[in-house]
Design a protein around this ligand. Sequence first.
Ligand SMILES: [Cu+2]
Length: 126
Amino acid sequence: MDTTEILVLIGGVAAIAAVLWYFFGERQAVAAQVTDGGVQEVHITVKGGYSPDVVRVKQGRPVRLDFYRDETGSCSEQVIFGDFGIARDLPAFKHTPVEFTPGKPGEFTWTCGMNMLRGKLVVEPA
Ligand SMILES: [Cu+2]
């Protein structure tokens, strides 16, 4: 093998690893910061996905997820928390707070309006 072939091989292996990580990798969970008012707050950037896309909060205390949509692509124009009966439009380049109080522990998925982009809310028992 010459250098080019080796580089192509390395590139291919890296690409496969990236795909596997994307679909199966363990995501870094971000814990909410508690404000003076006792609200569990997390800022989430929306750009081709949610960042962070795993958020950890405590049960029974108010949560504010502050979505900042940093794009105009129509995929992310809505965010849906099905388990909480919440659907919100996210205007481009604006902050949109989504507020609720999780009543029970568990893992709850949120998605875009098309069910393509996903994030996960991990509610820990009080
Ligand atoms: Cu979408």
